[in-house]
Design a protein around this ligand. Structure first.
Ligand SMILES: [Zn+2]
Length: 327
């Protein structure tokens, strides 16, 4: 059976009602209390945890202590950096949604925020963090260079097949990439989360999706109809967003493509029922955990699954020469 790396990454951050204002006034990180139980459970399954920590969970004494205990108890977890610009000093006022995306901020501000976040992480682990993910996704060359300057070598901010008013990831799939064109030292590796469709090729599926989003088609809700019929589904490998069945369909496509890594992700706030729209009750949380189990069971039946942390995955795949060159 073929070797496939499996990465499980968790954005570890304050609770946040995504429909409400940015949580930069009243910050609650109670959800972090549920992280050890989550980690125990994935550890029992032989999985590894990669946690992208934001400034809010590092600043709060209680959650910081929980994270420190977790790090000391499980030597094999990875702590990366997760930059929420609305809580990281020097904090910038977030007046509009645009301000919440680091791609829209002056590079000096992003650089200064990354410094303060990195220092906090280094204090906690005694190590230089190597993996990064932006808050709400999105990255550009200038920020990637800042990451390399500050000692990072793995980025996971590209959200494949997604775009908004400020950045577009629609030309990317989930295949890990060497960002050699940036000529950074250390060389940056992009390891996006797994996303795609229930049919291939993905670039064709993406073109279809884009066409159907145009007003003429959107009016007839064609995307919704095709979804119900199971003919065309855009799927993200997150137990918050997708059913086990859809994630398995996606994994099947990605494995058939020959992709050497599967990367699942979620938010720590989903571990505290009621704090996000994804997980409103204990039943929802139970279902979320079952979805992870079902996808992992499927993957183990299809390939020789190697659970690793995100930086390990990136470096091993680089050493095996299977990264795509970013063009
Ligand atoms: Zn976040």
């Amino acid at each position: 059976m073929r070797n496939v790396r499996f990465v499980l990454s968790v954005d570890t951050e304050e609770e946040w009602d995504w429909d409400g204002p940015f949580p930069n006034k009243v910050i609650s990180v109670d959800n972090v209390g549920h992280l050890p139980e989550f980690h125990d459970r994935i550890n029992e399954q032989g999985l590894r945890g990669s946690y992208f920590l934001d400034y809010a969970v590092l600043e709060n004494d209680e959650s910081r202590q929980i994270l420190e205990n977790l790090y000391n108890r499980y030597q094999d977890v990875e702590f990366g950096a997760h930059l929420h610009p609305w809580v990281t000093p020097p904090v910038v006022p977030v007046n509009a949604e645009a301000d919440s995306h680091i791609v829209n901020l002056p590079i000096e501000v992003v650089s200064a925020q990354l410094e303060s976040l990195t220092a906090r992480l280094r204090d906690l682990t005694g190590q230089q963090p190597t993996a990064f993910r932006s808050g709400r996704w999105g990255i550009n060359d200038a920020i990637l260079k800042v990451l390399a300057d500050q000692g990072y070598s793995v980025d996971s901010s590209i959200y494949p097949f997604y775009e908004n008013d400020w950045f577009s990831c629609t030309r990317y799939d989930s295949w890990p990439m060497a960002m050699s064109y940036l000529k950074t030292e250390p060389e940056l590796i992009e390891l996006p989360v797994t996303a795609g469709f229930n049919h291939r090729p993905f670039d064709q599926a993406q073109r279809l999706h884009k066409r159907l989003e145009r007003p003429a088609w959107a009016h007839f809700h064609v995307i919704g109809i095709l979804w119900k019929l199971g003919l065309h589904r855009k799927i993200y490998l997150s137990p918050e967003l997708s059913s086990a069945r859809d994630m398995i369909a996606l994994c099947q496509q990605v494995l058939d493509q020959g992709c050497p890594v599967i990367h699942m992700y979620l938010h720590s706030s989903s571990l505290l029922p009621g704090s996000t729209r994804y997980v409103r009750s204990d039943t929802d949380k139970h279902r979320l955990m079952e979805r992870i189990d079902q996808v992992v069971a499927f993957l183990r039946s299809e390939c020789d699954l190697k659970p690793v942390t995100i930086s390990e995955a990136a470096w091993q795949l680089r050493d095996e020469g299977v990264l795509k060159e970013h063009d």
